[in-house]
Structure formats: structure tokens, C-alpha cells
Ligand binder design. Structure first.
Ligand code: ADP
Ligand code: MG
Length: 291
């Protein structure tokens, strides 16, 4: 029986930790013996960096600018543990749609039947932020990715971006679009970060797949141009990424989220704001009383 290719997409606000999480996820999945492709869909084109000792690879759009006809293999590069790395790339600054790289690359791979030929188990698309432009919505809209995960911290802007993503998913959920696998809670460890994310997923009828602590091991590994799985394989943080990989490998059922309306989201945030302020003031009062 032919094995089933699992295609997942990781979305989230810029700088929230998508590429870091995705690369560690790819690395951990490859350790489990799976054949993985990581497909960077951010015009920043740095998704696969830490899988290749900090080195950048030519993007699909850059390569297309040099020659009009390309073979898929011209844009696939091998990374850590045999992971296939691709960067869709972006348009020349200030020109065109930033999502064009994704559309072009996905078309190219489809035509040349690349996934079948490489006999892949998992393809992970690492996609920037809000669903603001058609290109970024491609993995969701076309149902290319079956399962979508969002990386979010407890910061409001990050939650706002995830809520927007939920709106995008809901829009296409009845027409063959991708569904939500869950929220990957990143940079946990600041006070109330877990409580805030837990409350957000409860409100939107979603779930947290994994809590990933903010960790200096990640910083150290990144400075060496490597994933934490490669640079610090025995660290607690590597264990967290392996746990995430295990859950995602076994994940089968995704669902449509229930996004909040903008005013509802604003009120929800304001309530948390008031609560945190109250806690802070109580702390100051009790601290003051003790002096
Ligand atoms: P994105 O791909 O969403 O733009 P990155 O993965 O490039 O974000 O991460 C942005 C920065 O945050 C990087 O310098 C990365 O090392 C750091 N980072 C992400 N997750 C963590 C974490 N759990 N602990 C410490 N640093 C992190
Ligand atoms: Mg990135």
C-alpha cells in the first residue's frame, strides 16, 4: 500500500518562532525515520537556515529569474539528516505579490510530481503571518496542506494574527480547505502566558498542541546555525520538540476553529489587561505592607 503523504502548514506572526519551531519539528520527525521536506514560504527566505549550518539557499523565485525553465531539483537542497529544504522566496522588493513564490513553487512541484518521486512522508510549509494576500492562503485554500498549526505566544499581536488565521481557515473550511490542527504555544514562561493562551484556545474552540518554553538553548543553537535537535540533542528543550513531533506525526483529526470578532477579541484582551493590572497592584500593596 502506498503511504499517505502528510502535508501540514505552520502559520503565525512574523518573528514569533515559526521557522525555529518548524526546523526543530522537521529535525525531530527525520530522527523518527520519516522523510521530510521543509518548504519555506516567507519572503524572508530563512526558514531552512538552521537545517543547513546557517547557510541560505537560492529561492524558487530567484532561480526562475535566472532561467525561465527550471527543474524542481534545482531548488531542492539537502539539510540535516536528509531533510529536503526549499525556499519559495519573494518578489523583488516593492514589486508584486509576496505570495507569488508559494504559488509558483507549488505549481512546479505538482507538475513534476516531486513529492511522489521523493517518496516523502511529511511536507511542512512554514508560512508568514496573517492571511492577507492570496499567495499566503494557498496552502489553506487549495487544501494543499491538510492540517494547519499556528505558532503563538501570549502577546496580543500574536494572538490577533492567530485569530485572523482562524478566520481564513473558517472561510475555506466548507470548500475543501485545510483545517486547524491546533496552536503551538511558544515562548512560554512569562507570568500568565499559559493561562492567556489556554483562555484564547477555549474561546475559539481550539487546542494547544504543545507548550514550548522560551529557552536560551534555542538562542545558543541558532547562533551556531543549527536547530536545538542538532546542537543540543540531550537538552530538555530538544525533548519538548520531540514531543511536539510525536504528536504531529500521530495527528489525524483537524477542525474548523471559531474565531472571535474584532470587538470581542478587544474586550477579551482588555479583561486580561485589567486582571493583570489588578494582580500587579495587589502584589505592590502586599509587598508595601510588609516593609
Ligand atoms: P519567524 O519564523 O516566526 O519569523 P523565528 O523562528 O525566526 O521567527 O524566530 C525569531 C527569533 O526568536 C529567533 O531569533 C529565534 O531564535 C527566537 N526564538 C523562537 N522561539 C524561541 C524559544 N522558544 N526560545 C528562545 N528563542 C526563541
Ligand atoms: Mg521564519
Amino acid at each position: 500500500m502506498a503511504k499517505k503523504l502528510k502535508q501540514i502548514a505552520i502559520y503565525g506572526k512574523g518573528g514569533i518562532g515559526k521557522s525555529t519551531t518548524t526546523s526543530n519539528l522537521s529535525a525531530a520527525l527525520s530522527e523518527m525515520g520519516l522523510k521530510v521536506m521543509q518548504f519555506g514560504c516567507d519572503p524572508k527566505s530563512d526558514s531552512t537556515n538552521t537545517l543547513r549550518d546557517g547557510k541560505y539557499i537560492p529561492t524558487v523565485l530567484d532561480t526562475l529569474r535566472e532561467k525561465t525553465v527550471i527543474k524542481a531539483h534545482d531548488v531542492i537542497f539537502e539539510g540535516f539528516n536528509g531533510i529536503y529544504c526549499v525556499e519559495a522566496g519573494g518578489p523583488a522588493p516593492g514589486v508584486g505579490c509576496a505570495g507569488r513564490g508559494i504559488i509558483t513553487a507549488v505549481e512546479l512541484f505538482k507538475q513534476q510530481k516531486v513529492f511522489e518521486e521523493l517518496d516523502l512522508d511529511v511536507v511542512i510549509y512554514d508560512v508568514l503571518g496573517d492571511v492577507v494576500c492570496g499567495g499566503f492562503a494557498v496552502p489553506i485554500r487549495e487544501g494543499i496542506a491538510e492540517h494547519v498549526f499556528t505558532v503563538s505566544s501570549s502577546d496580543f499581536m500574536s494572538i490577533y494574527a492567530s485569530n485572523n488565521l482562524f478566520k481564513g481557515i473558517s472561510k475555506y473550511s466548507n470548500s475543501g480547505g485545510a483545517l486547524l490542527g491546533g496552536v503551538i504555544a511558544n515562548s512560554m514562561g512569562t507570568p500568565y502566558s499559559k493561562e492567556i493562551i489556554d483562555d484564547f484556545v477555549a474561546k475559539t474552540h481550539t487546542n494547544v498542541v504543545e507548550y514550548i518554553p522560551r529557552s536560551v538553548t534555542v538562542t545558543q543553537s541558532e547562533l551556531q546555525g543549527k536547530t536545538t535537535i542538532e546542537a543540543a540533542p540531550n537538552s530538555a528543550q530538544a525533548g519538548v520538540y520531540r514531543s511536539l513531533a510525536d504528536k504531529i506525526a500521530r495527528h489525524t483529526e483537524s477542525k474548523a476553529p471559531t474565531p472571535m470578532e474584532v470587538t470581542e477579541l478587544r474586550e477579551w484582551a482588555a479583561k486580561w489587561g485589567d486582571y493583570l493590572l489588578e494582580l500587579e497592584q495587589n502584589k505592590i500593596t502586599s509587598h508595601g505592607a510588609a516593609i
